[in-house]
Design a protein around this ligand. Structure first.
Ligand code: NAD
Ligand code: DAU
Length: 361
């Protein structure tokens, strides 16, 4: 599929990746989409692109050097947008191996193959090629209530196996730029929410539990804080960094929208009280239940977005309460998608994670 704007996206059947691919193709670009379709990778996220001439979904592993090399030589992308990862902190605590393999070994494999491909390009194409690594604010660790938000020069202090694996991948990306000159870009984004998010993450999990009348498991005291960004805003930031970011630089992405988990779950209950009132009297909030905390649970994330705003003129467009309403409405309107993801494997995870918490209570 050689095309002026063909990019290789990894993990493009996952939550952020599929939203990004949908946007990229809608805006006229072509995407070769390499995704192993592990836990959250779901071709149904890309159903609207079925048979689209500018999208090619390939089920494959970023750790497969031969496959990556073949795809680069065959499709000659102008950039790689690297979203593939294992991404759920709770899973990384219970079973870290796959996080090390995909997030570290996989990123290394991609970088190494990208370096060889980039070196083979003509000079002008070499100058414009980009390797964009989609990373997370979790690499910076945890903030106290009064500490300033994470900036691009905050020290690394990852606390979970997931965060540590992403930190390791960030360092590899940095090294491939400094040592070999590969034109890399790294983004550190805060918590995303929106359509197609796998319902093991806080917001879709709580929406589904309310709809099923199940308890809403709030970890610890529920006062941990996250900065919530609507996924479309994350995708617009990735586009801005890809187009105008300076090679070798890192960019933090966030929304300045800090909320405790209790506030988020309450807001979901309020929306569902309005849109899908329960059969029994009273708010869905009565389903909230405090459960044992996540080990090593980071207290607060907050993002200083001065750099991306000033350098790339990027800013988020969707306020949290508007994005949350859109998200709740999307899950209400997409029951077939929900049924499709609620496989045996999903049920097994819910039993493992929350059953174990009930046992610890
Ligand atoms: P996700 O779990 O929904 O999607 C990850 C995708 O990677 C899945 O489609 C999965 O099948 C694929 N994948 C996993 N292992 C693979 C392998 N070995 N080879 C090829 N594909 C593989 O995750 P997400 O929320 O969409 O996150 C995407 C990226 O964005 C990740 O790198 C994550 O660290 C980063 N990020 C996410 C958020 C967020 O809140 N969701 C915030 C900041 C950064
Ligand atoms: O900050 C960016 C990160 O955000 C991304 O890098 C990760 O890939 C993404 O999963 C997300 O990590 P979190 O751990 O912050 O997201 P999660 O949805 O798992 O949890 C959000 C908060 O809600 C966190 O404080 C834990 C809490 N929580 C989560 C679940 C699943 C609960 O209280 N109950 C739950 O059942």
């Amino acid at each position: 599929m050689p095309h002026q704007k063909t990019i290789l996206v990894t993990g493009g059947a996952g939550f952020v990746g599929s939203n990004f691919v949908l946007r990229w193709v809608r805006e006229g670009g072509s995407a070769v989409n390499l995704d192993l379709q592990t836990i959250a990778g779901n071709p149904a996220n890309l159903a609207s692109l079925a048979d689209h001439p500018r999208h090619l979904l390939i089920r494959g592993d970023i750790c497969d050097a031969e496959l990556v090399s073949h795809l680069l030589r065959k499709h000659r992308p102008i950039a790689i947008v690297h979203c593939a990862a294992e991404t759920h902190v709770d899973r990384s605590i219970l079973a870290p191996e796959e996080f090390i393999r995909t997030n570290i070994q996989g990123t290394f494999t991609l970088l190494d193959q990208a370096k060889a491909y980039w070196a083979s390009l003509e000079e002008s194409a070499r100058g414009t090629f980009r390797f964009l690594h989609v990373s997370t604010d979790e690499v910076y660790g945890s903030l106290g209530t009064d500490q300033p938000a994470f900036s691009e020069i905050s020290p690394y202090a990852p606390n979970s196996p997931y965060a540590a694996s992403k930190a390791a991948s960030d360092h590899l990306v940095r090294a491939y730029h400094h040592t070999y000159g590969l034109p890399t870009l790294t983004t550190h984004c805060s918590n995303n929410y929106g359509p197609f998010q796998f319902p093991e993450k806080l917001i879709p999990l709580m929406i589904l539990h309310v709809l099923e009348g199940k308890s809403l498991p709030v970890y610890g005291d529920g006062l941990n804080i996250r900065d919530w960004l609507y996924v479309e805003d994350h995708c617009s930031a990735i586009c801005a960094v890809l187009a105008h970011g300076r090679p070798g630089e890192t960019y933090n992405i966030g929304n300045g929208s800090e909320h405790t988990n209790l506030a988020v779950v309450s807001a979901i209950c309020d929306l569902l009280d309005e849109l899908r009132p329960g059969k029994t009297i009273g708010s869905h909030k009565k389903l909230m239940q405090f459960v044992p905390d996540r080990p090593g649970h980071d207290r607060r994330y907050a993002i200083d977005t001065t750099k991306i705003q000033k350098e790339l003129n990027w800013q988020p467009m969707i306020p949290f309460h508007e994005g949350l309403r859109r998200t709740v409405e999307w899950y209400l309107e997409n029951s077939a998608w929900i049924e499709n993801v609620r496989s045996g494997a999903y049920r097994d995870w819910i039993c493992l994670n929350y059953g174990e918490r009930a046992a610890r209570k």
